[in-house]
Design a protein around this ligand. Structure first.
Ligand code: CUV
Length: 660
């Protein structure tokens, strides 16, 4: 094994303090034994910047950076801090926050745009590799896009009769309208009307209905340029437009069109953690976000020709596993295994068993190329938006017009690399079983009791108090906190208090690794009410709804709960709360803000870069409640964090007159 030379000054992380996940602890120890540096070590060696952490470093022009940390003694009297141009800490932090929303919304939405483009190509039959799988969902979505699903024709008797339209015609019109949502300049995004009526009316009244996805993102970039928007209230308002354009359009369209092309998730079994890798097989990890690529690699890796080719290289088969949100996508639709969540990406390579790590966009750490150099792993980039500088990575560009062909090239590259393993792999014998795939459609079916197509029985259980409320716990890992620890503590606290948990992203994976995604876990972790519901229905107490763009499913599930009746008129009336305990990406800020603007109390762990601007913080944490019924909050201690969520749930129960 080739090693990276660690300098004396570099600190080494203590594996047992770095994660609560056994596979991670074992592989971190192996990395250190192999003298391979990882993010866990770097997080100790390099401390974050105190001013940036507070959100008050301004680098929007070249007269700075102007740095405005809170004074050591706190603010006495009037806050006189200002940048060279006079920008207050509030303006600076609001601008920085807004740019995080813009980047996050752009990432989700550009993913969505790619999906819409492929969808349109599939509808026009320009590609053989993608098609329409979920016709029912297509017809539902067509209604939202105001695309007719039937036509009036004359029959032989000369009477006008209604006839179903060709589904590919419908799909084409849906595709055109969906793609149009990005460049729309005026009016409203179609899906705004999917929200409960009261919410839609409130957005209109507040003038925050997104006009077009791209426009709102561009407008953030304009407003936050030097010398433009200088009222943090107004900047936050634009954050709402752009974030809603992410949650209710960019992400939601991605989810819907992916479901139509690849199938809407329904409960399926899967396995998770580094133990899913196999020493005697070719191991391919697909890492990133877009199922357009991974769906094709799924097909290619099961191709008999590829399997036969793998045998010629001495491998007993091909194992395809996912990492980060790509993993969630192929898991919820095909039950394919997950190797791990965000902080495990370097460690997967450290096993020495990964023959190729195939990446597309988002959450891919640059350092995987360095780690790969220490073993034999080939890092394959696939997206022209996301290349790597390292001469040690291969770029195989993925094009939807010959998707399967590209996927086969990628798989072949991995197989060819199998004989190059430098040492006996060391795969931790750690993996868990889980049941995943709870789309809002699946929740309706499973919690619908005898009324399979309804959320009413779920609402009844919330009203009678067996279920105290709903917690949406989502988001990343963060190297500044112990891996998975806050995720699990918070989820377990919620379960103990009869709060059912909806999850996506890396939280979903943390829960999977800890065995919380099994129906059996209900008896172990839940309060009596929630345990009874889960046992009766046979579902896990934590419902895995998919990837980060699938947070849009949580919005729709909340909307379904409102529409089923008995729990108020708006999302903000629901006994529900959102959380991202270990967030790190800008996407998380966009998600957080669209939940807030949709009426959800949303609490983050780790820290929020607004603490250096007290008036902005007050606006986000308190004043927004009066405007949207939802607001931001921050709590690093996981027990307190869960307590605050439960307190909000109880406040909403009381307002609904429950538990009297
Ligand atoms: Ni998109 S955004 S680390 S993979 S959840 Fe995981 Fe999820 Fe955050 Fe990234």
């Amino acid at each position: 094994i080739k090693v990276t030379a660690a300098s004396k000054k570099e600190k080494k992380a203590n594996p047992k303090e770095s994660s609560v996940d056994q596979a991670t602890i074992q592989m971190l120890a192996k990395a250190q034994a192999d003298n391979v540096e990882t993010i866990f070590d770097r997080a100790l060696t390099m401390k974050p910047c105190n001013i940036g952490e507070q959100g008050t470093c301004c680098k929007t022009c070249s007269q700075g950076p102007c740095r405005l940390p809170l004074p050591k003694k706190g603010i006495e009297g009037v806050d006189t801090r200002k940048g060279l141009c006079g920008a207050t800490p509030e303006t600076i932090a609001a601008r920085n926050f807004a740019r995080m929303v813009a980047a996050g919304a752009a990432a989700h939405s550009d993913h969505g745009r790619g999906v819409a483009e492929v969808f349109l190509a599939a509808a026009r039959k320009e590609t053989e590799d993608y098609g329409i799988q979920d016709v029912e969902k297509l017809l539902e979505v067509a209604v939202d896009f105001e695309v007719p699903t039937t036509v009036m024709v004359e029959n032989e008797a000369g009477e006008k009769v209604e006839q179903e339209r060709d589904i590919y015609k419908i799909a084409e019109e849906v595709g055109v309208k969906a793609l149009g949502e990005w460049g729309k300049q005026e009016g409203e995004i179609y899906y705004a009307k999917r929200a409960p009526e009261a919410r839609y009316e409130l957005w209109k009244e507040l003038d925050v209905v997104p006009r077009g996805i791209d426009r709102e993102i561009v407008e953030i970039m304009h407003r936050t340029h030097m010398g433009v928007d200088q009222d943090y209230h107004n900047i936050v308002k634009q954050c709402s437009r752009a974030a809603l354009g992410d949650g209710w359009a960019g992400s939601m369209i991605a989810t819907d069109l992916q479901d139509i092309m690849f199938g809407t998730p329904y409960p399926i079994q899967g396995e998770i953690n580094l133990g899913v890798l196999k020493a005697d097989e070719v191991n391919i990890i697909v890492h990133g976000h877009e199922p357009l690529l991974s769906e094709m690699i799924v097909v290619a890796s099961q191709d008999p020709e590829m399997l036969a080719y793998a045998k010629t290289k001495g491998a007993h088969g091909i194992t395809l596993a996912g990492m980060c949100c790509t993993a969630n996508e192929i898991l919820v639709r095909h039950g394919l295994p997950i190797a791990g969540n965000y902080l495990q990406q370097e460690l997967a390579i450290v096993t020495g068993a990964v023959d190729a790590m195939v990446v597309d966009v988002q959450c891919i750490m640059e350092n995987i190329a360095n780690v790969a150099d220490c073993y034999h792993t080939k890092v394959i980039t696939t997206n022209p938006r996301a290349m790597m500088e390292s001469g040690h990575t291969v770029h195989i560009e993925f094009d939807e017009h010959h998707a399967l062909e590209d996927a086969k090239r990628i798989v072949k590259e991995a197989i060819d690399n199998f004989p190059n393993r430098r040492a006996e792999p060391l795969i931790p014998n750690v993996k868990e079983k889980m049941v995943v795939g709870f789309s809002q459609e699946a929740i309706k079916y499973h919690l619908g009791g005898t009324f399979r197509g309804s959320y009413v029985p779920l609402n009844d259980n919330i009203i009678n108090g067996r279920i105290r409320g709903i917690g949406g716990v989502v988001g990343c890992n963060n190297a500044r906190t112990c891996h998975d620890s806050a995720h699990l503590t918070i989820v377990k606290e919620l379960l103990k208090n009869d709060v059912i948990v909806l999850t996506t992203g890396c939280n979903a994976m943390a829960c999977g690794k800890a065995g919380l995604l099994t129906p059996e876990s209900a008896a172990v972790y839940c309060g009596p009410g929630l345990a009874e519901v889960c046992e009766t229905v046979g579902i896990p107490p934590v419902l895995h709804m998919g990837s980060c763009v699938d947070n849009s499913r949580i919005l729709m599930a909340a909307t379904q709960v409102v529409k089923a009746g008995g729990l108020g008129k708006d999302i903000s009336d629901l006994p529900a709360a959102g959380s991202a305990p270990e967030w790190m990406s800008e996407k998380a800020i966009s998600i957080g803000h669209y939940f807030v603007a949709s009426g959800v109390y949303t609490i983050f762990g780790v820290g929020l870069p607004v603490t250096g601007a007290p008036r902005l913080q007050k606006h986000l944490f308190e004043e927004l409640e009066d405007i949207y019924g939802g607001m931001w909050d921050l709590e690093v201690d996981p027990y307190e964090h869960a307590k605050k969520m439960i307190a909000h749930i109880d406040k909403k129960r009381a307002a609904l007159g429950l538990d009297k």
